[in-house]
Design a protein around this ligand. Structure first.
Ligand SMILES: [Zn+2]
Length: 87
């Protein structure tokens, strides 16, 4: 599988570390225990298109938000997680 870093271009996925589901939303500080439990421990394992955080640890070290298809490994979108634009 190859992933797209907005700064470095296409690279082998071995250069990246997976950093979790980008669709998970942090609950409010006063949320109940069930909401915090779901936020910390519960993850889906979707088949198809999903948004994930990745870090290009063996490259430019940027944090990325990548949308990809987990069935085909097609990368649909890639951007810096911080919202900055590519140079
Ligand atoms: Zn990079």
């Amino acid at each position: 599988m190859r992933l797209l870093c907005p700064y470095c271009g296409w690279r082998a996925h071995e250069e990246f570390d997976h950093a979790g589901d980008a669709a998970v939303v942090r609950p409010q500080d006063d949320a109940d225990l069930a909401a915090w439990h779901a936020y910390v421990y519960l993850r889906s394992n979707p088949k198809g298109i999903c948004r994930e955080y990745w870090q290009h640890t063996r490259g430019c070290r940027s944090w990325l938000r990548i949308t990809r298809d987990t069935l085909t490994h097609e990368v649909i979108d890639s951007s810096f997680a911080t919202g900055q634009s590519a140079p």
